[in-house]
Design a protein around this ligand. Sequence first.
Ligand code: ADP
Ligand code: MG
Length: 888
Amino acid sequence: MASSAASRNGAPRGGGGARSLAGGNLRSSSYKSRPSQLPGSTLRRSSTGSFAAAGDDGVPGRVRVAVRLRPRNAEEMVADADFADCVEVQPELKRLKLRKNNWDSDTYEFDEVLTEFASQKRVYEVVAKPVVESVLDGYNGTVMAYGQTGTGKTFTVGHLGDGDTASRGIMVRAMEDILADVAPETDSVSVSYLQLYMEAIQDLLDPTNDNISIVEDPKTGDVSLPGATLLEIRDQQSFVELLSIGEAHRIAANTKLNTESSRSHAILMVHVKRSVVSQDDTLSIENGNSSHFVKPLRPLIRKSKLVLVDLAGSERVHKSGSEGHMLEEAKSINLSLSALGKCINALAENCAHVPVRDSKLTRLLKDSFGGTARTSLIVTIGPSPRHRGETASTIQFGQRAMKVENMLKIKEEFDYKSLSRKLEIQVDKLIAENERQQKAYEYELERMNQEAQNRIAEVERNFAEALEKERLKCQMEYMESVKKLEEKMLTNQRKHGSDGIIRNECNGEVTLLYFSFLRKLLQNETQRRKASEEEVNKLNTRMGQLMQSEAGGDGEILRIHQLLEVETQKKKKLEEEVMILKSQLLQLSYEADQSRRYMERVGSGNGLNGTDSPSVNNGEKAPVGTLFEQVGLHQILSYLESEDANVQIHAVKVLANLAAEEANQEKIVEAGGLTSLLMLLRKFEDETVRRVAAGAIANLAMNETNQELIMTQGGITLLTMTAADAEDPQTLRMVAGAIANLCGNDKLQMKLKSEGGIKALLGMVRCGHADVLSQVARGIANFAKCESRAATQGTKNGRSLLIDDGALPWIVQNANNEAAPIRRHIELALCHLAQHEVNAKEMISGGALWELVRISHDCSREDIRSLARRTLNSSPTFRSEMRRLRID
Ligand code: ADP
Ligand code: MG
């Protein structure tokens, strides 16, 4: 049963009236929604930009089929006047009854049943409009008219409605809707108009182009006609003109081919290209934001295609009388149509194989049936019972087509041109930004460079200022010291007149000589300093130039810094030398001071002090003391090791003067000064150094602790060595003084003797200088006194070590020396020796008795005189000898 078949096909039922073919589960309104909101719509984002391939999900969309009944035409009015129509339409039920005979009919259901009174507008709205809206949303769409020749296919699809607006067909109305919806700035609409006849595609917009080939994209399977004329449509008027031109060409072509237009298929292809922007957040475009990391722009382009087809008449060839055509040709004429029927059958039956490739029409409509397009089919029928058979087959075709299920898919691809345009703008913005930043960076670099140069210049200025200040200070100090010394000397000269003139003159000469030497040294230093300052200035200038030229800047700056460092070292050296000069000045003032004291002593008639030790300073705080504080003991000691003999001499002089003050002695020894001084004696190089070092040791040897230290550090050996080979009387005087001090220590008696101290002392008398002899005499007296004390205490018995070492003859010889200091020391020594009986025999034989007797009678000092007398009386040996010699 046809009716049961019809109900099996699942065609939607619904209310009547102007419901569209898209009614039911997919209403017209749903097409209007944006693609991104469509369930299952596929946003193509592959870089290939290819259209949806089979297999992707889409929206199910069955082929919608409407049936339209043409009103009786004039001929039928006459011919069929006595007959009823072969069909009866029930539009409200979407049913159509096809009469079999007077008593029987088949009923069919369609998506839409359009009566002979249906207006063109209504037909467009229910059949085509949903498809057009779909196309505007990015889907492909097809509207196709199928039916017997003369049933109104062309009237429905292609009627231009020249005289009557209301009679305008689907093509004109569709374009009107499309043009109203697209945006001319971003979207484009273009058309091709073709005719397919005997498997040849002719261009209705360019009749010379009469064999256009179909090109199939091997990847996507999409078909296109690159050879066909494609004209962009901007307004309705030009489109209608285009259609009429196409129509004219169609008639002309058919005349030429000796055929009727009913034998050919007319195909209008409308290509709609629309720009859309993805509403996906992650793909949104950032406008006006100069951020470097904008989200990627996602302009999309939707390409859709509306295919409007006015098929050739579906009647069988023989019936319409294709005179003049061979059978093969006749077959070819309807090849496409029969292939279409086969494909629809296959699709309706869900056959595995659909013979799409059998004809050009089926290839062109590949996407319309079983593809991704929204497809509406309108089947046109006439009312005449004479064509009942054709009408029935048309209805059957429509019924089968209703079973074809398409999968609607949106065709979307990246708008690379637009994307590239936008990216170019973005890139330009970034380039500009980069240039700005580069400039800012260069400026900053320049600023930093300038700042560094300023800093260097400032440091150099400060350095030069400090240097100049230091120089001026030294100069001032020097001038002041010289002035003071000159004043002092003048005062001395005036004060002491002729008395001290020889000594003073002598001293003054030395001092002046020394001054001029120092002055010269200072001049030299000043010159050297000036030269290095000039050098520094030169370097600064050069550095400035180099910095300006900026060539190899860093390396050069480094080199200049190194030079500066060298200069700084030089400066340090100069400062050291200035220090030495200062010490020399102080030394000088010290010596001047000593000389003044001497003059004063001579002037006031005072003799040598009791100990007669050299370089003892009992005055107010000496200048050297100040130096000691200023320079520091360690610094002075380090100068002792200087390779510069001049520096060494001054350092040892300063040290000797310091050692003259008892308050300093402990500090000097603690700081290792004694060791340093002994070392100087050991590596004898310079007589002056040796002399002054010996003097310093002599001063240190005044202290009992130091005496022991000198002994333990091998000092006696060094002193005896010096005593043996020195020739300078002053050196010998210092050495003798030192040994004399050691002789006054009870604990060192034995060691002194065993290490040759006494012999060394006696050896020094060879030089005959009174100062030396005086120190030797003092040493002997000290020694004898200690021995006498030890003997009295009972810690020593036995003969005097002095006598053992052969000192007696010299003692006796000098007992009456004309120099008072020598004489007095020897007188004391003789008294001490005589106090012990063990010595008496040797003393008598050595002639000492006579000297003792003389002392007891003649000594100018009363205390010594009585000491001698007591000593002689208390010794039995002396007494008996004196008796023997008849001395009182
Ligand atoms: P086909 O293209 O199917 O061969 P046409 O569109 O040429 O048929 O129609 C044949 C004739 O019938 C034309 O003169 C046309 O104007 C007329 N005609 C077709 N359908 C209708 C209709 N619904 N109302 C009025 N006239 C129609
Ligand atoms: Mg026609």
